[in-house]
Design a protein around this ligand. Structure first.
Ligand SMILES: Cc1cc2nc3c(=O)[nH]c(=O)nc-3n(C[C@H](O)[C@H](O)[C@H](O)COP(=O)(O)OP(=O)(O)OC[C@H]3O[C@@H](n4cnc5c(N)ncnc54)[C@H](O)[C@@H]3O)c2cc1C
Length: 329
């Protein structure tokens, strides 16, 4: 369940013998878009966690390729950060270079042919675009498909990686193709059919970074699409604890059941550790009530898993990605 960033090799083969030296080189190229010791609380929807050792914000594919190739050459671990809405960063922070995709956020809407409903159209979005801005932009133009995913607070790249979805619709459903960068800096484009997608799973290598994606959407009545969006957003507001920081559903859906139902019947609603608590409104969410540390959240996750296992025999698997070191929690 943990993604452990390898301890950085601070004396590596490249002649660069400290992180400071290494990051100074990036600061020269990226100016104030490169920074050391940045709090994860500012970049994650849990609003907590330790520091990213070094955070850099590329504006385009060329800059992204440069950073990845640079990190590879210097043997520095890299983590890709979208909108931080599905991650928990440990209190000890995340070593290496974290690449924030949020400035690569263009969405290319095509000139729409003046046709009746039903014709399909391609829309391209960069990985760091907000998923919900992409969805809204499509619906307003009468491009239907993703209306039921309204309100998912991640990025386009995060949605492709996680195959995010809601109310029976997943990112993969209208995905046409997407482009990734390998750790060596090579660009590869995949057609949707070439990659396996399933529930919250994408089958391309974990160390590939999505840089853009194309979606094939059908023309439909914008008013109807926007009405569906409104219903979905109202349903989310009604069911989810949106007044508190969280990272959405903590656990994957177990076969034939719902994690929230199991957490609820085990009597765990409201259970808290430090500033973290199981939401009373939606038992599948852990909320930051104020001042929660990543350790509080991690301990709560473990405790829920243990209790649900003991009482129901079901092993809940986290959907959220744990970054950094949680060994001593
Ligand atoms: C209130 C709330 C409601 C939510 N509701 C839903 C929901 O209904 N359905 C749902 O599926 N999710 C939901 N989520 C979870 C989350 O929004 C999604 O998983 C989203 O797709 C994550 O995108 P992100 O950009 O925030 O990714 P991050 O959290 O930044 O990263 C998640 C993972 O994706 C990787 N990643 C990010 N960008 C890229 C990229 N460009 N290339 C390769 N890897 C990348 C990261 O390295 C990390 O492993 C919810 C979260 C919140 C806070």
């Amino acid at each position: 369940m943990e993604i452990k960033a390898e301890k950085m090799n601070r004396k590596n083969n490249s002649g660069v013998n400290s992180m400071k030296e290494l990051t100074e080189e990036l600061e020269v190229k990226f100016g104030n878009r490169a920074e050391a010791d940045v709090s994860a609380a500012a970049y994650t929807t849990y609003r907590t966690g330790g520091n990213f050792e070094f955070l850099v914000k590329p504006l385009n594919i060329e800059e992204m390729t440069f950073i990845l190739s640079y990190a590879k050459a210097k043997d520095v671990p890299v983590t890709i950060l979208g909108r931080g809405s599905n991650i928990l960063v440990s209190d000890s922070g995340l070593p290496g270079i974290t690449i924030f995709t949020g400035l690569m956020n263009k969405i290319y809407f095509p000139e729409l042919p003046d046709t009746s409903a039903g014709k399909s159209v391609s829309v391209r979005a960069e990985a760091g675009a907000l998923w919900d801005s992409f969805v809204t932009g499509c619906l307003r133009r009468g491009l239907g498909g993703y209306e039921k995913t309204s309100g998912i607070p991640g990025s386009v790249g995060g949605a492709v990686r996680m195959n995010a979805g809601a109310y029976g619709c997943e990112t993969a459903d209208f995905l046409e193709s997407f482009t990734v960068i390998t750790p060596e800096g090579k660009l590869i484009s995949y057609q949707r059919a070439e990659v396996e997608f399933s529930y919250r799973y994408s089958g391309f290598p974990r160390n590939y970074t999505v840089v853009s994606a194309e979606f094939r959407l059908k023309q439909a009545d914008p008013e109807k699409l926007l009405a569906i969006r409104s219903e979905i957003l109202a349903s989310r507001r009604q069911k989810q604890p949106l007044d508190y920081p969280s990272a959405g559903s903590v656990f994957r859906r177990p076969a034939g059941d719902y994690a929230s139902r199991l957490v609820d019947i085990c009597g765990l609603k409201g259970l808290s550790r430090g500033g973290a608590a199981v939401s009373e409104k939606h038992a599948g969410f852990i909320i930051n009530k104020g001042g929660a540390t990543a350790t509080d959240i991690y301990r709560l996750i473990r405790e829920i898993q243990k209790t649900v296992m003991e009482k129901t025999g079901v092993r809940l698997e986290p959907e959220q990605v744990l970054l950094g070191n949680f060994e001593n929690c």
